[in-house]
Ligand binder design. Structure first.
Ligand code: AMP
Length: 589
C-alpha cells in the first residue's frame, strides 16, 4: 500500500523549519524509515523537487501562469482573484494553500491522496506531449490540487513550478540512507561509490529498502545511466606536476570544448551526456554518426571532449563557436556552419564489462584497439612522458599552438575515479590568457589545399612576419578563418602569379605547405594572443630554446593591405614586443 501524501507534506513542513544539517538528515531519515519500499524512490525524487533523475530528461517545468490557472480551477475562484492574491502573497505554494483551504468541501467526498497517486499524476503532467499537451497539463494539475488538502497543495504547487527548495541535496539523501540501511552516516561513502557510477538516488534507495545492504550489489554501470565524470586538479607550475606524478605519465592535449560521455548500444543507438549528466544527444547527430562508425557493433561507454573545428583546415576553433551551436541555429544549419569533432580520451565500459577499475594504461590500450578513427571521432592526442621539465614544456607549447588549452597529465596506474577530483588527473593550463588587441599585418608565404566544401581552393594560408635584421620571413600562424565564401573561392586566382614550386629562400618555415608563394601579399590579421610554439619560426630561440612565437586563433579582418610591401609587414621584433607586453600585463594582474 502506498503511503498517504499527507505524511510527506507534514515532513516537508517540519523540514522547512529546520536549519541545521544534522537535524535535517535525522528528520529526513525519519521520513524515509516511514516510507514503504514501493514509494521510496518517489519520495526521494519529490524531496529534491523532481520526479526523475536529471539524466532521464523528465522535467516538470510548469510555468507560473499555468499553475495560477490550475489553482483557480481547483479552488473555484476567478483567475483575477488568484492573481491579485498571488501578488500579495508572493509564494506560489502559500497561495495554493490559501486558495485550496478556502474551498468549500461540504458536499465533497474526498479520498486521501497517496504518494503513488500524486506521483503518477505529476508524471502525466511532465510527459504530456502533442498539440493538446498544455490542456492536459492544466487539467491534470487542477484535478490533483482539487483532491489535495491545503498543506498538500502548498507542496504540489512548489514542486511543479520547480520551487520546492527544501535545501536537500543528493548527498543529504545518501547520508540518511547510510544511517537507515547501513547503521551509520559514517558509511555514506559505500553508498556514494555506487552513486558515482549510477547517480540515481531513487534507484539506490529502492535497492536498499528492498534488500538492505545486499541491494547495493545490484547497482552497477548501466548503459543509459551516465557515470559521474572524473575531474582534475590544477597546478601552477611544471614542478608541481612532477611532485604529484610518478616517473612516467600520460600527457594529453586538453581540448577546450564540451565534455561528452557517450553511451553506445550494440544495435547502434547512441546517447550523449554532459559533464552535469544531462542528456545532450539532440544537437549532435554528426558526432553520433561518427561514433557509430568508430565503434561499430560495440557496447561501450566513452569519455571525451567535443570541439568545434574548421573541417577544411583542421583548426580547432574557440569554445564560444561550439556554444553558438546550441543557441543561434537549428541543428541542420549548425552541422554545416560549425562542424564538431569528438576527441575520445577514455573508455569506461565495453561489451558488458566495467573497465573503471583497470589502470589507465590498460583502459587506453583497450580504447586504442577498439576504436576505428574517422574524421569525426579520434583519440585525444597524447604521449607517455618522463620527468623532464623541458620536454613537458615543449609539449605544452605544442598543445597550445594547436588550439588547445594546455595539457592533462594523467597517472597511468590510476583507475577511473568517477565523481572525484583527485591528483591522478592534473590540468596544466597556460598560465595566462590575454587578448591581443592590435591586429597585425602578415605576409602570405604558402597555402594548404582545402577539403570538403573548400575542395579546389585553399583551406588555409601560411603567414609570416618580417625579420628586418635578417631580411627574411618567419612563420607565425596558419589561418583559415575570417574569409567570406567568395573570397575563399577566389584565393587561388588571387595568388596565381606568386606560386612557386619550392619554399622561397627568404621564408623560414618548418611546416610543409602544399603550395609555396613568393612573399608578396599582405593581410591584416587579428588573434587571441601570442604564444610560444615549437612549430613556428618567428623569433625562434629568442624567448626559449627550440620555441618560436605564434598567434593563437588568427582571423582575417577582411583587409588586404595591398598598399604594403612585404617588408612593411609587422616585424618579428614587434611580435616579440607584443609577447613581452602580454607577459608583463599578466604579472601585473
Ligand atoms: P576544467 O574544466 O578546467 O576543470 O578541466 C577539466 C575538463 O577538461 C574536463 O572536464 C574535460 O571537459 C576537459 N578535457 C579536455 N581534454 C581532456 C583530456 N584529454 N582529458 C580529460 N579532460 C579533458
Amino acid at each position: 500500500m502506498s503511503m498517504p501524501f499527507s505524511v510527506v507534506a507534514e515532513y516537508y513542513e517540519k523540514l522547512e523549519a529546520i536549519s541545521g544539517r544534522i537535524e535535517m538528515t535525522e528528520l529526513l531519515a525519519d521520513l524515509l524509515r516511514k516510507t514503504p519500499a514501493q514509494d521510496i524512490d518517489k519520495v526521494c525524487y519529490l524531496t529534491l523537487g523532481k520526479i526523475a533523475p536529471d539524466f532521464s530528461g523528465i522535467e516538470l517545468g510548469i510555468g507560473e501562469k499555468l499553475a495560477l490557472r490550475a489553482i483557480a480551477m481547483a479552488s473555484g475562484q476567478p483567475e483575477k482573484v488568484i492573481k491579485e492574491e498571488f501578488n500579495k502573497i508572493g509564494d506560489i505554494g502559500n497561495l495554493a494553500e490559501w486558495a485550496i483551504s478556502r474551498k468549500s468541501t461540504l458536499l465533497e467526498f474526498k479520498e486521501e491522496l497517496t504518494v503513488e497517486e500524486v506521483f503518477s499524476r505529476l508524471m502525466r503532467i511532465a510527459t504530456a506531449s502533442g498539440p493538446k499537451s498544455q490542456d492536459v497539463k492544466l487539467r491534470t494539475l487542477a484535478g490533483l490540487m482539487a483532491d489535495a488538502s491545503g498543506r498538500e497543495a502548498r507542496y504540489i504547487a512548489r514542486i511543479v513550478t520547480g520551487k520546492l527548495r527544501l535545501g536537500i541535496g543528493d548527498m543529504t539523501l545518501l547520508d540518511a540512507m547510510a544511517e537507515i540501511y547501513l547503521g551509520s552516516r559514517a558509511r555514506r561513502e559505500e553508498i556514494e561509490r555506487k552513486y558515482n557510477i549510477y547517480p540515481d538516488v531513487g534507484r539506490i534507495a529502492k535497492a536498499l529498502a528492498e534488500k538492505g545492504e545486499e541491494g547495493l550489489k545490484e547497482i552497477d554501470i548501466t548503459l543509459g545511466v551516465p557515470i559521474r565524470a572524473m575531474l582534475a586538479q590544477r597546478v601552477k607550475s611544471l614542478e608541481e606536476v612532477f611532485e604529484r606524478m610518478g616517473d612516467t605519465f600520460l600527457a594529453e592535449y586538453k581540448y577546450d570544448g564540451e565534455r561528452m560521455q557517450v553511451h553506445i548500444w550494440p544495435d547502434g543507438r547512441v546517447r550523449i551526456y554532459s559533464r552535469r549528466l544531462e542528456d545532450i544527444t539532440h544537437p549532435y547527430p554528426d558526432i553520433i554518426a561518427g561514433v557509430k562508425e568508430a565503434f561499430k557493433g560495440k557496447e561501450a561507454i566513452l569519455d571525451g571532449e567535443c570541439v568545434a573545428v574548421n573541417v577544411d583546415t583542421g583548426e580547432i576553433l574557440p569554445f564560444q563557436q561550439l556554444m553558438h551551436r546550441r543557441r543561434k541555429y537549428g541543428v541542420e544549419e549548425i552541422l554545416e556552419k560549425i562542424p564538431t569533432m569528438l576527441f575520445v580520451f577514455d573508455i569506461l565500459y565495453l561489451d558488458g564489462k566495467s573497465l573503471i577499475d583497470l589502470p589507465l594504461k590498460e583502459r587506453h590500450s583497450i580504447l586504442e584497439s577498439v576504436i576505428e578513427e574517422n574524421e569525426k571521432v579520434q583519440l585525444a592526442k597524447g604521449k607517455v612522458m618522463k620527468r623532464d621539465p623541458k620536454s613537458l614544456e615543449e609539449y605544452l607549447n605544442e598543445a597550445v599552438s594547436n588550439g588547445t588549452e594546455g595539457l592533462m597529465i594523467k597517472d597511468l596506474n590510476s583507475p577511473y575515479e568517477a565523481g572525484a577530483r583527485g591528483w591522478t588527473w592534473i590540468k596544466l593550463k597556460r598560465s595566462y590568457i590575454s587578448k591581443m588587441v592590435e591586429p597585425v599585418d602578415l605576409v602570405a608565404v604558402g597555402a594548404f589545399w582545402g577539403r570538403g566544401k573548400r575542395a579546389g581552393t585553399y583551406g588555409a594560408l601560411l603567414l609570416a612576419a618580417y625579420n628586418h635584421e635578417k631580411d627574411r620571413f618567419e612563420t607565425v600562424c596558419k589561418m583559415g578563418t575570417g574569409f567570406t565564401d567568395e573570397e575563399l573561392a577566389r584565393l587561388p586566382e588571387l595568388f596565381k602569379d606568386y606560386v612557386i614550386d619550392h619554399k622561397h629562400p627568404r621564408v623560414m618555415s618548418e611546416i610543409e605547405a602544399d603550395v609555396w608563394f613568393v612573399p608578396a601579399k599582405v593581410l591584416e590579421v587579428i588573434g587571441d594572443e601570442i604564444t610560444l610554439s615549437p612549430i613556428h619560426t618567428c623569433a625562434k630561440g629568442v624567448i626559449e630554446e627550440g620555441s618560436g612565437l605564434a598567434i593563437r586563433f588568427p582571423r582575417f579582418t577582411g583587409k588586404w593591405r595591398d598598399e604594403k610591401s612585404p617588408q612593411d609587414a609587422t616585424t618579428v621584433k614587434e611580435i616579440l614586443e607584443m609577447y613581452k607586453e602580454q607577459l608583463a600585463e599578466i604579472k601585473e594582474k
